[in-house]
Design a protein around this ligand. Structure first.
Ligand code: ACM
Length: 526
């Protein structure tokens, strides 16, 4: 393996050298007509907005320093340190981080006037004297650093090809969801996922914290939720929960990497763990047993009871206080045991609670037919066979100004099997091979939901059948990279033929991170 990696490194470096001699002055879109062997800029994933290869590049070596500019630049310094930390191990280089901007090396430049890069984009310019990364925000510099790493071999030093990359995202929201309720996973495992996703510019992490099988976040005002309700999982294992400190640590870790955490407390259905923990939440005052199976739709909060709304207010208040991001997800899916009128009444009050705690509502798209509050975001998880009326309700909410996050289950549900040979996973939305997960256009997916109404895309990983880190990674990778490109790259750069080659070029990087990914036969892995 090591020999293979070194060979790959040499080949990539050779590719860089070749592209320097065969300087191309033209604007190339990475998705157009990809060459048989990818030149370094053409292996970038997500494909950037534009690339201009020009002249010789910058050789990274033992003398390379990261320069974080003059002035206060506290956060730029932190980005520089973070990039160095990510990159020291794989490169084997010391990469000291220093102030100032004069001299060769990697220069981070914050320029609030920089044009064409938006809030998260950047410009990367490479020449023999060094590489300059320019952005309007620290997040843009961080993303630029991820591009820079991809221009170098997965391991060892190398040469950044000469030229310019100009880049910015198509969609503001590029998310991953993890269900830590059906099977419990630690904060450490979720941090590892963050590390695996930030190289591809994913910027949102939705954590599904509560469900019938487990309540995974400590809540001071209702301690039995986690202590008792967190004490099992699908299959009857021991379960577990995150303390508030652990959750805050994850939020901070993700935030430092420009990933916003979106916590979900799923209501009024998917609440058996809460009902089992507190008899008073039940209409009949009797707590059910904890649940370790995989059925859905059998539990409901008691909509007519005032105590329910004290619960909602106190729980959401504590979660909001721990979460700096703007969104709070309140579920709202599969409330099959809540009569429709009760569902509407409950969601009205729950949405108002979110607003009172200073957050913006996100809910699964079932809310679209039941009165989303002003500004509420709808997360669409239907599929090609979802009833037309249900899709039309999402479209009319979008036209009324509700932003939509697209998570079509027959494209982006990472718990769907790739094919009949996939061991974990479900099939109710069909098989989702790597090509199907990637080959669709979020800007034109739902009739009546124009691109301007699409906040972004998110790929949920439900864990009824996913109990280990190995299975998690196998289901998420490589499909998460397709999500990343759909969320970031311009529509004109998308295309399976180019994408599968860009994806193959990421194989050595996933290997270097020890990711257990599915080596889909449709991808020309080296
Ligand atoms: C869902 O899959 N029930 C959102």
């Amino acid at each position: 393996m090591r020999v293979l990696r070194r060979t790959l490194g040499t080949l990539l470096a050779l590719g860089a050298a070749l592209s320097c001699t065969a300087a191309r002055g033209d604007d190339a879109r990475p998705g157009d007509d990809p060459p048989a062997a990818l030149a370094p800029f053409e292996g970038l994933l997500p494909a950037p907005v534009s690339v201009r290869a020009a002249g010789p590049g910058y050789a990274v070596g033992p003398g390379t320093v990261i320069r974080t500019g003059a002035g206060p630049g506290e956060e730029v310094r932190r980005v520089g340190e973070l990039l160095a930390e990510q990159w020291r191990g794989p490169s084997g280089l010391p990469l000291p981080v220093v102030g100032g901007s004069d001299g060769d090396g990697i220069r981070l430049r914050l320029d609030e006037e920089a044009e064409g890069v938006g809030d998260e984009g950047y410009r990367l310019e490479s020449a023999p004297g060094g590489v300059t990364l320019t952005a309007r925000t620290p997040a843009g510099l961080f993303h630029a650093g991820q591009t820079l790493r991809q221009l170098l071999p997965a391991a060892g030093p190398g040469t950044v090809p000469g030229g310019t990359v100009e880049d910015r995202p198509r969609f503001a929201y590029r998310g991953a969801m993890v269900d830590v309720a059906r099977h419990f996973f630690t904060v450490e495992q979720v941090k590892r996922y963050v590390d695996q996703l930030v190289p591809y510019k994913v910027n949102a992490l939705h954590v599904h914290l509560t469900d019938d099988q487990g309540w995974r976040l400590a809540v001071d005002s209702w301690p039995r939720l986690a202590e008792y309700g967190g004490g099992t999982e699908v299959g009857g294992g021991p379960g577990g929960y995150w303390t508030k400190e652990q959750y805050a640590d994850l939020v901070a870790y993700a935030g430092e990497r420009y990933v916003d955490v979106v916590p979900e407390i799923d209501m009024p259905g998917h609440v058996n763990a809460a009902l089992a923990s507190y008899a008073e939440l039940n209409c009949d005052g009797r707590a059910p047993e904890r649940y370790t199976g995989t059925k859905v739709g059998f539990s409901s909060l008691c909509v007519g009871k005032e105590r329910t709304y004290e619960f909602v207010d106190e729980v959401l208040g504590e979660v909001a206080e721990l979460t700096p991001g703007r969104y709070l997800h309140i579920g709202g899916d599969e409330a099959h045991s809540t009569p429709a009128a009760d569902y509407e009444a409950f969601m009205d009050r729950a949405q108002a609670v979110v607003g009172r705690h200073g957050k913006t509502v996100v809910a699964w798209h079932q809310l679209s037919a039941a009165g989303p509050a002003e500004g509420a975001v709808l997360q669409y998880w239907g599929h090609d066979r979802t009833a037309a009326a249900e899709k039309a309700a999402v479209a009319s909410a979008a036209q009324a100004g509700h932003p939509v996050i697209l998570s079509p289950s027959d494209r982006l549900y990472l718990d769907m099997k790739y094919d009949a040979a996939t061991k974990p996973g479900l099939t109710w939305a069909g098989y989702v091979p790597v090509e199907r997960a990637y080959s669709w256009d979020p800007g034109a997916h739902l009739a009546g939901v124009p691109e301007s109404a699409v906040l972004g895309v998110e790929a949920p990983l439900w864990t009824e059948t996913v109990a280990t880190r190995a299975d998690w990674e196998f289901m998420a990778f490589p499909r998460m990279l397709g999500l990343a490109e759909l969320g970031w790259s311009p529509a004109g750069s998308l295309g399976w033929d180019g994408y599968r080659k860009r994806l193959a070029a990421q194989g050595p990087r996933l290997d270097a991170q020890g990711v257990n990914y599915h080596r889909s036969p449709d991808v020309p892995w080296s």
